[in-house]
Design a protein around this ligand. Structure first.
Ligand code: SF4
Ligand code: SF4
Length: 455
């Protein structure tokens, strides 16, 4: 098949990809750890309540936290060990949040081998209810970064019937290659997961969308679909390489040429979007009866000594990963959970990895120095580049200006809440105005205002 992508979306940017640091690094087992911190809040929706107490012994895969709420997902112990404490730990999004700290048993392996499908499987064996229940019980959430509980996404909903499933294999952020390696190495699991998700959601067709800077993944996935799709309507579709092609709304525009309503969600137009790692986790949960306790994390950036793709227990600290990768060079100046465009900078190396942590990126002083954010900011020169780059067709300069002057109602009139925080506007601004920073701050203030009003 032709691996050249024709499909795309309006706006966006093409930052240096920097994927060659890790794209040829096979998925390797991560560090042997002594302790994990499993956050009670690592997905969108209700926070889990602990099901274990201090000093209790836990087994790998044991459910340790759950919530009764519909939009939530349970959490499980990734290792055999003993609960050391339930205490606050640094959380990349909410600051500090409670976590279950588990001490590994001495002489007990903390590495889990990868799940691989050996047998020829038949999705007829699994009913829709069984697939949805297995996905819920395994605690699967969107592993591409959003963390929305997957059962809620795929479960049939008579009010919002779905017709198209899109599997997101774009991985458009610089440096990150974990999804790419998963597509190369766990190809069959992904196809199995797509078939199960398609069946559960009732979608008539499925697309596996991959950016055309990954021709090997496109070839392999296409061959696997031809061999293992068993008549299911699944198609591999190459897309143009452009950031943020992996954004849910941009992906739908590129693949189906349809717009998700502002403030709306894909099921409103009958579409479900799942990340490739999430799809592989669905196959693990349904066929292998394995909860989501481990994931592949890309450790990359010019400031890390041994970059790679590592399969780690969820809750492994950045510090443990750093030590396993032989530390940083003296030029390291910033640690980001995720990629440099949408990732979140952290100051505490004890911050644990979560179900949504696809990468830890170690950036050098030079890279930050080259970044727009660190240069001197000047006045807006009204060049309009931020408007051209915005994939949501917003006016970033107007919104940022309104937030700067505390005119939140004006910012809202310019659809501030529709911003997906992709960073394209800041990236292209020649005046080095941190537009995305202003917009993020404005959104936080509006959310606080609404919360106060609701009380
Ligand atoms: S306004 Fe928001 S959506 Fe538009 S480019 Fe800036 S960060 Fe991205
Ligand atoms: S890109 Fe920067 S300088 Fe140009 S219009 Fe937008 S805010 Fe102003």
């Amino acid at each position: 098949m032709c691996a050249r992508g024709r499909y795309s979306f309006p706006g966006g940017v093409h930052p240096p990809e920097k994927k060659d640091l890790t794209s040829d690094r096979r998925i390797q087992p991560g560090p042997t750890i002594t302790e994990v911190a499993v956050m009670l809040s690592q997905h969108l929706g209700a926070v889990c309540k602990p099901l274990v107490r201090k000093a209790q012994a836990v087994q790998v895969g044991q459910k340790i936290g759950e919530s009764d709420a519909y939009v939530s997902a349970p959490i499980h112990s990734p290792i055999n060990g003993k609960v050391k404490d339930i205490a606050l730990r640094s959380h990349p999004v909410v600051g500090r949040s409670p976590a279950i700290i588990i001490e590994a048993l001495p002489y007990h392996p903390t590495r889990r081998s990868y799940f691989t499908i050996e047998e020829d499987f038949n999705t007829d064996r699994y009913s829709v209810e069984r697939i949805c229940e297995a996905v819920r019980e395994a605690g699967i959430v969107g592993m591409g970064g959003a963390g929305f509980p997957t059962r809620v996404k795929i479960e049939p909903n008579p009010r919002l019937p779905k017709h198209t499933l899109i599997i997101n294999g774009c991985e458009c952020e610089p440096y990150i290659t974990c999804d790419y390696r998963i597509m190369l190495e766990w190809t069959r699991q992904i196809v199995a997961g797509v078939r199960l998700a398609r069946k559960a959601s009732g979608c008539a067709r499925a697309f596996i969308a991959i950016e055309d800077n990954k021709p090997e993944a496109i070839e392999l996935m296409d061959a696997a679909v031809k061999k293992y799709a068993y008549g299911d309507n699944i198609q591999v579709i190459p897309l143009k390489t452009k950031y943020p092609q992996g954004g849910e709304r941009q992906l739908i525009k590129a693949v189906l040429n349809r717009n998700v309503p502002t403030g709306g969600i894909p099921p409103m137009i009958g579409v479900v979007v799942l990340n490739v790692a999430t799809t592989a986790a669905i196959a693990e949960a349904v066929i292998g009866h394995l909860p989501l306790t481990h994931r592949v994390v890309t450790v990359s950036g010019e400031a890390i000594a041994r970059p790679g793709n590592y399969y780690v227990p969820i809750g492994t600290s950045v510090e443990d990963l750093l030590e396993f990768c032989e530390g940083v060079t003296e030029r390291c100046a910033k640690v980001v959970l995720g990629g440099p465009m949408m990732g979140i900078a952290i100051s505490d190396l004890k911050t644990p990895t979560m179900k949504t942590t696809n990468a830890v990126t170690f950036l050098t002083k030079e890279q930050i120095g080259r970044a727009k954010f660190a240069r001197r900011q000047t006045a807006c020169i009204r060049c309009g580049r931020c408007l051209q780059a915005c994939p949501e067709n917003l006016n970033p300069t107007k919104i940022a200006h309104a937030v700067k002057h505390n005119l939140l109602d004006v910012a809202e009139r310019y659809y501030m809440s529709a911003c997906i925080e992709c960073g394209c506007c800041s990236y292209v601004c020649p005046a080095n105005i941190e537009l995305t920073g202003y917009i993020k701050t404005g959104k936080i203030y509006v959310a606080r205002q609404r919360k106060r009003m609701a009380q």
